[in-house]
Design a protein around this ligand. Structure first.
Ligand code: CP
Length: 307
């Protein structure tokens, strides 16, 4: 039962709970009308201390499409945080007004702290360079719809693997399925954090390879998960400028890929996928963004105990 629980890390969900959510999301996708009144009288709060397009608006659209209502703020300066209020006091207050809260915060661990003071379910909508569990549900729904399974896949993660929270969460989740291989493609300075290597990949005996050159490995991939270099996490603008265009996927580079390889990206993109790729049938990142709303509808229903 997910009722009244928090979702801070993708591992907060068992494999069975994850699969139940994906199945419900698919049912909602196929028959949205059936679910359109199930959250009447319920309120979702979106507390976004960092910018967002997809996560915030898909959560808000999800609640509205379930018949519920939405309150919240899209930047800290629009709330009493700007007067110095703590996240603990903010969530205690929001708990009196809403039935579920979705929090994005630049500080790693902030949604976890909020959950400790909350009397309503708290969902981590991205905390610094740490985790982004609902993006992972979106990614899993996309991969399952494309490949029919979450096992026996060779997945290439390319770009900013150091700060890319969507990468960290998806690696964790895919590591629970059988026979997945990960190819981690990044510049030396943007390699995955050591805890992902030791605590997730090595502990679970996941086959992985760390590379710098995308073209050398693109032919091996079932899924290519491209990511943006996370400008907002750099201490030094010169480093960002030097690294930001490390990978640009274009028509030339994709020639070596299998015709069955699918390209995912959590978005937003900057330069890392050329616009000419959008018309390639392997480009699935806008479908991925669409699925985001359906997995969030499923999650809201489960956290509120409606289904
Ligand atoms: N994928 C994702 O988290 O996008 P936003 O930053 O637009 O929410």
């Amino acid at each position: 039962m997910l009722k009244e629980r928090h979702l801070i890390d993708p591992m907060d969900l068992t494999i069975e709970e994850t699969e139940n959510l994906l199945e419900l999301a698919e049912n909602i996708y196929l028959n949205p009308e059936k679910y359109s009144k199930l959250c009447e009288g319920k309120i979702l709060a979106t507390l976004f201390y960092e910018p967002s397009t997809r996560t915030r608006l898909s959560f808000e659209a999800a609640m509205m499409r379930l018949g519920g209502k939405v309150i919240g703020f899209s930047e800290a300066s629009f709330s009493s945080v700007s007067k110095g209020e703590s996240i603990a006091d903010t969530i205690r207050t929001i708990s009196c007004y809403a039935d579920v809260a979705v929090i994005r915060h630049p500080k790693e661990g902030a949604p976890k702290i909020a959950s400790m003071y909350s009397s309503i379910p708290v969902v981590n909508a991205g905390d610094g360079g740490h985790q982004h569990p609902t993006q992972t549900l979106t990614d899993l729904m996309t991969i399952k719809s494309l490949k029919g399974s979450l096992s026996n896949l060779t997945v290439g993660f390319c770009g900013d693997l150091k700060f890319g929270r969507t990468v960290h969460s998806l690696i964790k989740s895919l590591s629970r399925y059988e026979n997945n291989k990960m190819i981690l493609i990044s510049p030396e300075e943007l390699k995955i954090p050591n805890y992902i290597r030791t605590e997730i990949l090595e502990k679970n005996n996941i086959e992985y390879d760390e590379r710098e050159n995308l073209e050398e490995v693109i032919a091996l991939l079932d899924i290519l998960y491209m990511t943006r270099v996370q400008k907002e996490r750099f201490f030094n603008e010169e480093d960002y400028i030097r690294l930001k265009d490390s990978y640009i996927l274009d028509e030339e580079k994709i020639k070596k890929a299998s015709k069955n390889m699918n390209i995912l990206h959590p978005l937003p993109r900057v330069n890392e996928i050329s616009y000419e790729i959008d018309k390639d049938p392997r480009a699935c990142y806008f479908k991925q963004a669409e699925y985001g709303m359906y997995v969030r509808m499923a999650l809201i229903l489960k956290l509120l105990g409606v289904m």
